[in-house]
Design a protein around this ligand. Sequence first.
Ligand SMILES: [Zn+2]
Length: 338
Amino acid sequence: MRGTDLNTVERPYGGCGKCLLGVRRLSRVKLATSSPERQRENVLTAAASVGAHIIGWADDWEVSGATDPVTRPSLGPWLRDEKGPYDGLVAAAVDRLGRNVVDCLNTGYKMRDEKKMLVTYGHDGAWDLDDPADENRFTMEAWGAQMELRAIQRRNRDATVKTRAAGRPKSKPSYGFQYVRKLMGGKIDHVELHPHASEVLREVARRILADPENVTCSSEAARLNRAGELSPADHLAVMYGKPDAQPSAAESRTGVGRRASPTHAGAGATGSRQGGSARGAGGRSSHRPATTGGRRPHGSRRPTASLPIGTPGCRAVASAEPGVPPRPLAPPPRVAAG
Ligand SMILES: [Zn+2]
């Protein structure tokens, strides 16, 4: 099946009865086997194997498997019949439909009841949930996906509890903060505000809170781009002495991103130095020209990601009062820039 030209499998809706919707989902978890490209290939291959074609894609990136398919930004509207006719769903695997037995079965039975097709890669032909054997297998795959999700959640929770109990920070510093080590490459001693980034973030918060009608996360992202301000990912890369931002999970999966070569990572790579990393804080980071090839602008999404407009991007800022550090919950203002 790999040999066939998969591009011909993508055709607009034609009323042939096998006009199927490709479903893709990706959480932040890095798994090469679920890269967007791999999922695309698998979906097209599966569609071709049942003589169907793909009329469009319901892509939900960075959507956890715990999300009910009906409320997923891209797939949801299709399932609620708001996007027009389609004859069924194709996914790379059952766990791409959802990581929850109830959700998978709901979606599966909905397709059955509406006489729509449900196809996943690796299963011969469309699922026939009226056939007990097929129904059992589908249920088992959904159950497997759910158990996997629970295991992932437990691992993450345990890791958080452990690092918290040990008084250690987990993962990378959020935008606006930096880790301080007493010894180069040593244990993180404490967390403090990044002198430059924390100001950028507070300024954003002040501006939005002062005029929420006219100043939005998107307009702030645009303003920071015009000013040549580094995006959080690039800021982090500069802070850690890397030549360029590490490709995001989604990018490295598709090969879109550029690997940060370790050449300049040497001394500064292990952490920001006390007193503000020389390269990160004031100098180069804030004045890098907007034309720098590798720079990812504020508010830009990864090339492979399609984030629906209106997705909240304002989570980053909770307080604009001077002296109260804003608590970024996630990489701050990153809004779909279209
Ligand atoms: Zn068709």
